[in-house]
Ligand binder design. Structure first.
Ligand code: 5GP
Ligand code: ZN
Length: 112
């Protein structure tokens, strides 16, 4: 999608510090980390948010979680938090589906 930051990162038009990439998904370091490890896992296809998941595109979500499990294990990360902000009020600032993967510090609950 035009003018979507994460579509541009997925297409390689904007650089990112990548930790995993294949034809369907990309995992890269967040530019403004909120924990010692802060990754973003995205589908390469444009999906606006968790609120736009349908029977047609939901398989990519399962695959993203498979990749998150693989990448964290490869990085030696055992404990981590996965977060997806859906909508501006919930904290979403980039409207391309992404899962934050946060690790390396104690997490508080509930999230703010
Ligand atoms: P959201 O606020 O939508 O839940 O998450 C968007 C995330 O994207 C934020 O954590 C923000 O720091 C990150 N981000 C924004 N612009 C860039 C960028 O150009 N590169 C990278 N690697 N992360 C970005
Ligand atoms: Zn996009």
């Amino acid at each position: 999608m035009e003018n979507c930051l994460f579509c541009k990162i997925a297409a390689g038009e904007i650089p990112a510090n990548k930790v995993y990439e294949d034809e369907k998904v990309l995992v890269f370091h967040d530019i403004d980390p909120q924990a010692p490890t802060h990754l973003l896992a995205i589908p390469k296809e444009h999906v606006e948010s968790c609120g736009a998941i349908t029977p047609e595109n939901s398989a990519i979500v399962a695959y993203l979680f498979e990749v998150i499990a693989k990448v964290t294990a490869q990085m030696g990360i055992r404990d981590f938090r996965v977060v997806s902000n859906c909508g501006a009020t919930a904290g979403q600032s980039v409207f391309h589906l992404h899962f934050h993967v946060l690790a390396g510090r104690d997490m508080t609950w509930p999230p703010g």
